[in-house]
Design a protein around this ligand. Structure first.
Ligand code: NAP
Length: 262
């Protein structure tokens, strides 16, 4: 299928590896010019080179820095001549017990996983509406639909974003101008983040890492973890011209793990 987005510009946050990189790869393969961001510049530049090799016809710019900081957001927005596609993403908050979390821990999670995407959306959607095309994808988590007890900071902060998006996406001045805003909810994708979470589980329970990994894999009805490539492909479709009638949705990509009918 021709996604009809070649030549557009995308800002893909937190994209030097993992799910963000998967999204950037899929967009670049479709001919979309990208600005990619991550904190560590060495891996970010490596990823940018890889993207240029993937499609020499597109422009690939990099902005190194923490996307939760206003100056990084400003630099990332300024690096795009215009933003047609915005993929919000950042690291997830750490696991733990809410009894141990301070007010600062909560403010950090809310800042990174709720307020940062909202700031980026605020800076971009009205211009998208004026041009009559815009796609915003927020990478959130399956934990928004089926909370994970040790990920309380993520459950809470991301649910705040989800509630806000539900209202914003339905504003006629956005939805009526071909600007869609959707959330992609990853279940278990085989990225460094997943591996480090599994290592923590193994360490804290005294189990072998590979045994923990295998047990978690077998809990997924698909019997495997997802790949960043398939996450990226889905993201690219949501950014396509054809996906213009879908907005305000929370889309689970979890190999069937969510147990509910609806
Ligand atoms: P990952 O493989 O660890 O990659 C994270 C990427 O984000 C890296 O490029 C990292 O680069 C960048 N990054 C992290 N914090 C950043 C920040 N503050 N500013 C800019 N860049 C930042 O993680 P992932 O698995 O792709 O996860 C992406 C998001 O999806 C996370 O929020 C995660 O919680 C969520 N998620 C993932 C899964 C899964 O199964 N993988 C499941 C549910 C939810 P630097 O470290 O250099 O900044």
């Amino acid at each position: 299928m021709e996604l009809a987005i070649a030549g557009r510009w995308a800002l893909v946050c937190a994209a030097s590896k993992g799910l963000g990189k998967g999204c950037a790869e899929a967009l670049v393969a479709e001919g979309v010019n990208v600005v990619i961001n991550a904190r560590s510049s060495a891996l970010l530049e490596e990823t940018a080179e890889h993207l240029r090799d993937l499609n020499p016809a597109v422009s690939v710019h990099t902005v190194a820095g923490d996307i939760a900081l206003a100056e990084t957001r400003q630099a990332a927005l300024a690096a795009c001549p215009q933003i047609d596609i915005l993929i919000t993403n950042a690291g997830g908050p750490p696991p733990g017990d809410f009894r141990d979390w301070s007010r600062e821990d909560w403010l950090e999670a809310v800042n990174v996983n709720m307020l940062t995407p909202i700031e980026l959306i605020k800076a971009t959607v009205d211009d998208m509406a004026e041009r009559g095309f815009g796609r915003v994808i927020n990478i959130t988590s399956a934990a928004v639909k089926a909370p994970i007890d040790i990920l309380g900071l993520s459950n809470g902060a991301r649910s705040g974003l989800t509630g806000f998006i539900a209202g914003l996406a339905r504003q006629p001045q956005l939805a009526g101008r071909n600007v869609t805003i959707n959330n992609l909810l990853p279940g278990s994708f085989d990225t460094d983040r997943l591996k480090s979470t599994q290592k923590q589980v193994a360490q804290s329970s005294g189990q072998n890492y590979l045994d923990v990994r295998d047990a978690l894999r077998l809990r997924v009805p698909a019997q495997r973890f997802g790949t960043a490539d398939e996450f990226g492909a889905f993201c690219a479709f949501l950014c396509s011209a054809q996906a213009g009638y879908m907005t305000g949705q929370n889309i689970l990509l979890d190999g069937g793990s969510y147990p509910g009918t609806y």
